[in-house]
Design a protein around this ligand. Structure first.
Ligand code: GLU
Length: 512
């Protein structure tokens, strides 16, 4: 029987989800869907000191916004519930005990003060990387060095202790990573990590392996920062007797900053003006607000598309992918080993692409709130026309709002420098005559305004460049914007004539 595909996204709720976390979740999701498997959300909250209130809700909301769905998990339940490790607390102890019994783990009584002191001492002596390992453990206070009756006495008297893995000396641990190929690590480079803490909680390593086993996880797809932990996890599978059901591993490359080297950080985002978090995040302790893709006007389709291509590339040159297309095209063997640079321009290109896919009605609904915030009530039908006229240059819905203010409120000022360049003795007369002609029009459709205006210009031997820029400035305040006839038509006959007449009187006052 073929192995059932079961993957999990297993974040620790220690803050907001970074773009890298979104990508890990996405690749797991694509992999699960592609192979008809199951996708699980497990919250790894065994480190109570790093707990952030609101982080779990944030993770769920972010992934939901991205369209990443789970078959099982904290928020949807499932056959292996609970999916929050703090609620599974009771399950882990037996495995730590099993390891002690088999001689693969031991009790250690060294207090954190004692460990700090050793570290300080070693640092002063020039060794800043002291570790509790196969060499140093023989000098420490643990069940390998203390007499059995003393160990028993300490345990029975309730003295605090931790359980550490007993890493063997000089053995090769081999694992096959689906992205990196064979990874071999000598155990002399590993330390005796704590598996079970004095507060009765397992550490990440033990809980992670036990839960992957209990939840029958077939593939562990996670960030590269976990690669150094993988040999320890492989040893745990072996010592717990689960080697034959050990999941396959795939460690994803880092997401790198757009410029220079190193991992993409929130600081890069702040510096270069893009968010690194899917949703806005307010730090519950400091109150600091970090911007989010959603609140900054990004479309989830764009975020998913750009994140998908950070580390994975399709067989052809296709760039735009819907979620369905990603599911079809995705495979782990097209994930690269080397880091993927975040490209801000490319990211914006994706958002622009998806903005252009939206109907004018949809965009109008997204833009209307900006005007409402300014206390401007906008007519939906008019806004739809405005959107269609100005959306060409927009990357975000916000850009449409910024470019379209003059459609709803008269420009506060006119570009006098440009006006001066165009203003001739007879300009005022022509504009006034055009306003009169407009008054007589029955319909004010762009093509009607255009043919009427052009006819007037020809009759009076005027070039387009002599009059149209002036009309544009009077209607919008500046020289940028969509086609003038479209603008006039959207403004409507009365408003257009009014703005032209007001413009003439301002120009006369200021320019003559
Ligand atoms: N809890 C780990 C994290 O926060 C999970 C690592 C893994 O997927 O094994 O990323």
């Amino acid at each position: 029987m073929e192995k059932e595909i079961r993957v999990r996204f297993a974040p620790s709720p220690t803050g907001p989800l970074h773009l890298g976390g979104v990508r890990t979740a996405l690749y797991n999701y694509l992999f699960a869907r592609k192979h008809g498997g199951k996708m699980i959300l497990r919250i790894e909250d065994t480190d109570q000191t790093r707990f952030y209130p609101g982080a779990e809700e944030y993770i769920v909301e972010s992934l939901t916004w991205c369209g990443i769905q789970f078959d099982e998990g904290v928020h949807v339940g499932g056959p292996d519930a609970p999916y929050r490790q703090s609620e599974r607390k009771e399950m882990y102890r037996q495995y730590a005990d099993m390891l002690v019994e088999k001689g693969h783990a031991y009790y250690a009584f060294d207090t954190s003060e004692e460990l700090d002191e050793i570290r300080e001492r070693m640092k002063a002596a020039g060794n800043s990387a002291w570790q509790y390992n196969h060499i140093t453990r023989v000098n420490m206070k643990n069940s390998l060095t203390l007499p059995a009756d003393e160990v028993k006495r300490r345990l029975e008297s309730g003295e605090p202790y931790v359980i550490r893995i007993k890493i063997p000396r000089n053995e090769e641990v081999k694992l096959h990573d689906l992205i990196r190929g064979v990874v071999v690590v000598n155990t002399n480079n590993l330390d005796d990590k704590v598996l079970f803490k004095s507060d009765g909680m397992p550490t990440y390593h033990l809980a992670n392996v036990v839960d992957d086993y209990l939840m029958r996880i077939s593939h562990v797809i996670r960030g590269e920062e976990w690669l150094p932990s993988a040999p320890l996890h492989v040893l745990l599978y072996k010592y717990l007797g689960w080697e034959d059901v050990m999941p396959e591993f795939a460690h994803l490359p880092l997401i790198l900053k757009p410029d220079g080297n190193g991992k993409l950080s929130k600081r890069d985002g702040d510096r270069l003006g893009f968010p690194v978090f899917p949703l806005e995040w307010k730090d519950p302790f400091t109150g600091e607000i970090s911007s989010g893709y959603r609140e900054s006007g990004w479309f989830p389709e764009a975020v998913v598309n750009l994140v998908a291509l950070l580390g994975w590339h399709p067989a052809d040159n296709q760039e735009v992918f819907s979620m369905e297309e990603l599911i079809q095209a995705f495979s782990l063997d097209r994930v690269s080993k080397s880091g993927a640079k975040f490209d801000v321009d490319k990211a914006r290109w994706f958002n622009q692409y998806y903005l252009r896919q939206k109907s004018n009605e949809e965009l109008a609904d997204l833009v209307a709130p900006f005007f409402e915030k300014d206390g401007i009530t906008v007519d939906k039908e008019k806004l739809v026309r405005v959107v269609s006229a100005v959306k060409e240059r927009a990357v975000f819905p916000m850009d449409i709002y910024k470019d379209a203010g003059y459609f709803f409120v008269r420009p506060k000022s006119l570009d006098m420098d440009q006006l001066r360049k165009k203003w001739k003795e007879d300009t005022a007369t022509h504009i006034q005559r055009l306003a009169e002609i407009y008054e007589s029009l029955d319909t004010f459709e762009p093509y009607v305004i255009e043919s009427t205006t052009k006819h007037y210009l020809e009759e009076n031997h005027l070039s387009v460049g002599a009059i149209m820029p002036v009309i544009r400035i009077f209607l919008t305040g500046s020289l940028v914007g969509p086609v003038v006839f479209d603008i006039a038509s959207i403004l409507g006959k009365e408003e257009t004539i009014d703005r032209l007449r007001t413009g003439v009187s301002i120009a006369k006052q200021l320019l003559s």
